[in-house]
Ligand binder design. Structure first.
Ligand SMILES: Cc1cc2nc3c(=O)[nH]c(=O)nc-3n(C[C@H](O)[C@H](O)[C@H](O)COP(=O)(O)OP(=O)(O)OC[C@H]3O[C@@H](n4cnc5c(N)ncnc54)[C@H](O)[C@@H]3O)c2cc1C
Length: 316
């Protein structure tokens, strides 16, 4: 049944929204319309969306908070499955927590702090959802979410719910097995350490203070654009420092700008387009290559209009 908002209500009550501007679903505030966006409330609804996209032979892409995504100016010709607030329950049992993939990472970190459970302090300032964090094996302060994972519940490529052990997740620096498989992360079980609410909260406040001082949080951005590869780090330092020393702070293509505050961030000064971000990323890589001999790799993911998705540098 279609209504005037371009929404289709299926028999199950799942709403398919048509023509949703992707800039409203990501932190960079860039991206044209997606054919359809749905936000499932359960694993069954996520499976139904995956099946319907498969039967219609259109691509689908799972996203969380869109904090590590560049969408294209031309949008996405398929179905975006957003795992967010509607799948964000968590349940504690001793030092373990089972959380759904849509929970916002800072919220999960705070819930753990309230119970005096330590181990997730480093994610308190990461503005993504748990599913995206596991997909990216994100983290900070030389820690990654994978360090605490016991197992991950996924919807596999055939639409079956399956458990993936921590070892099978194949976690390494900003990498997980989910980057190779087209599975949907539905939920995660994490093992934490008993501490006290006061100690955990104190650590989190320190981390948040440091991040506020370091990162340009007042303009739309996607966090670190380039990944901190060990060979570059060992020879020249982190990408932000290398880009700064290459004289690129403040470099701009249209409204996409290398942040004057942290050179590994590209900020959107108003109406930046995906084409402008691509041009700026190419420019930075060329200049850094000329100076250091290292070709920067991207941490940020890009969704092409035709359904392909991967690290941005794979599309340059
Ligand atoms: C200001 C700022 C600071 C940041 N700081 C950090 C930091 O300190 N450390 C860090 O690691 N990252 C950081 N990031 C990047 C980003 O927040 C993380 O990568 C985060 O984990 C992405 O989660 P998300 O829900 O937003 O994922 P999205 O951006 O929505 O998606 C990212 C990728 O994950 C996939 N994905 C998302 N959800 C699922 C799912 N349920 N199942 C399968 N695949 C899925 C998507 O297809 C996409 O390929 C920062 C970003 C910003 C804007």
């Amino acid at each position: 049944m279609a209504n005037t908002l371009g929404e289709i209500l299926t028999d199950s009550g799942l709403i398919w929204k048509a023509g949703v501007p992707l800039r409203t679903l990501c932190h960079w505030k860039i991206g044209g319309p997606a054919d359809y966006v749905i936000e499932p409330r359960s694993a069954e609804e996520a499976a139904a969306a995956q099946r319907i996209a498969g039967e219609a032979n259109v691509p689908f892409l799972v996203i969380g908070h869109g904090s590590n995504m560049l969408f294209d100016d031309a949008g996405y010709r398929g179905v975006i499955i957003k795992l967010g607030r509607k799948m964000s329950r968590c349940r504690f049992s001793g030092s373990r927590v089972r959380a759904e993939a849509g929970i916002w990472a800072p919220m999960l970190a705070r819930a753990c702090a309230g119970r005096g459970l330590a181990g997730l302090e480093h994610i308190v300032g990461i503005p993504g959802n748990l599913g995206g964090l596991v997909y990216m094996n994100g983290g900070s302060l030389r820690q990654s979410i994978g360090d605490a994972v016991v197992c991950v519940e996924v919807l596999d490529e055939r639409g079956n719910v399956a458990a993936v052990s921590a070892a099978e997740c194949n976690f390494s620096y900003r990498h997980s097995v989910f980057q190779e498989k087209k599975s949907v992360v539905l939920g995660v079980e994490l093992e934490l350490r008993q501490s006290t609410p006061g100690d955990v909260r104190r650590k989190m406040l320190e981390i948040l203070k440091e991040r506020r001082e370091k990162f340009p949080l007042n303009l739309p951005n996607c966090g670190s654009v380039f990944s901190n590869e060990p060979p570059l780090y060992e020879t020249y330092g982190p990408p932000g420092m290398v880009i700064e020393q290459t004289g690129l702070k403040g470099a701009r293509v249209g409204d996409a700008e290398i942040s004057a505050r942290h050179a590994n961030f590209i900020v959107n000064r108003g109406r930046a387009s995906s084409a402008e971000v691509f041009a700026l990323v190419r420019h930075v890589r060329r200049k850094v290559l000329e100076r250091t001999g290292f070709l920067l790799r991207c941490e940020v993911c890009y969704a092409a209009p035709d359904g392909r998705c991967g690290r941005l540098d794979a599309f340059l």
